[in-house]
Design a protein around this ligand. Structure first.
Ligand code: BTN
Length: 246
C-alpha cells in the first residue's frame, strides 16, 4: 500500500494542502502519506475559492505523491486517477456518480467532493504532487454560496465513521495510483472519460465567444475537454476556458 501507509492527523489546520506543501521538504516523508484534519480555517478550492466544511463532519485530507514516472505534459493523469479513486469508493454507497471535468465529483447534479491538485515540476518529471480532497460525508446543512453541495448523509440518511471512511477512500485511491505508476494511462483515460458528467449529452456551455449548446465527446491525453457543438465544430478547452451551465 502506498496511499494511506502513513496517516498524519491534526485537529485543525489552515489547509491540509498548504500544510502538506510546507512539510514536503522533510526528506523522511513517505510517498502516499495522508494528512487529514477535522477543520480547516482557510480551506482552499480551485480558482481561489474557499472550501466549506463543518468541524468534524467531513473528510478533509491531502495525499503526498512523488509521481516521477509522469512527465509534465501528462500531469492530468493524476487528476484522472484521484477522481476515479473517489468515484470507486462512492459507488459502494450511492448508485450514480460522475466527474464534472476536470475533477468535481458529482452525484446526479450535485457536488459531493472537490479535488485540488498542486504539482511541482522538476526538469522533465513531476517531482511531487499534493492531492487535496474534500469529501462531504456527514454535513447536512451548507452555508456558503456553493450552488449544489450534497453529502453522503444527505443521500443515504446514514452517519459515517470518519476514520474508517478515510481508510476506505485511501485504499480506493491507492489502487488507482498504482495504475499511474504502472503506466496504465490509456485505461485510466478511458474509464475517466466514461464517467464524465454530461458525456454525449447536449447541454449548455459558455466559452469566450458566449453561450452555446454542445456535447462532451472526450478528454485529450493532456486533459483538455473535447466538445462538439450543434453546428458541428469540435472545440478543445483547457481548464477555465469553458464553463458548464448547470
Ligand atoms: C474545489 O474547489 O472543488 C476543490 C476543493 C478542494 C478542497 C480540499 S479539502 C482538503 C484540501 N485542503 C484544501 O485546502 N483544499 C483541499
Amino acid at each position: 500500500m502506498i496511499i494511506g501507509s502513513e496517516i498524519i492527523f491534526r485537529e485543525n489546520l489552515p489547509s491540509t494542502n498548504t500544510y502538506a506543501s510546507q512539510i514536503l521538504s522533510n526528506k523522511n516523508l513517505k510517498e502516499g502519506t495522508v494528512i487529514y484534519t477535522n477543520y480547516q480555517s482557510a480551506g482552499r478550492g480551485y480558482a481561489g475559492n474557499g472550501w466549506e466544511s463543518e468541524d468534524g463532519k467531513n473528510l478533509l485530507f491531502s495525499v503526498l505523491l512523488f509521481p516521477t514516472v509522469v512527465i509534465p505534459a501528462d500531469q492530468f493523469i493524476i487528476s484522472m486517477a484521484i477522481s476515479l479513486g473517489i468515484t470507486d469508493f462512492l459507488e459502494r454507497h450511492v448508485s450514480v456518480c460522475s466527474v464534472k471535468w476536470p475533477n468535481d465529483i458529482y452525484v446526479n447534479s450535485d457536488k459531493i467532493a472537490g479535488i485540488l491538485i498542486e504539482n511541482n515540476i522538476m526538469g522533465n518529471v513531476l517531482e511531487n504532487s499534493v492531492a487535496g480532497i474534500g469529501l462531504n460525508v456527514n454535513q447536512i446543512k451548507f452555508l456558503s454560496n456553493a450552488p449544489n453541495p450534497v453529502s453522503l448523509k444527505i443521500l443515504t440518511g446514514k452517519e459515517y465513521e470518519l476514520k474508517d471512511t478515510l481508510t476506505q477512500v485511501a485504499s480506493a485511491l491507492d489502487k488507482r495510483y498504482k495504475q499511474v505508476l504502472s503506466e496504465k494511462s490509456e485505461q485510466l483515460r478511458e474509464e475517466y472519460t466514461a464517467k464524465l458528467y454530461r458525456l454525449n449529452q447536449w447541454a449548455g456551455f459558455r466559452d469566450k465567444e458566449g453561450v452555446f449548446t454542445g456535447r462532451i465527446i472526450s478528454v485529450s491525453e493532456n486533459g483538455r475537454l473535447q466538445v462538439e457543438t450543434k453546428s458541428g465544430s469540435r472545440n478543445e478547452y483547457s481548464f477555465k476556458e469553458v464553463e458548464f451551465i448547470i
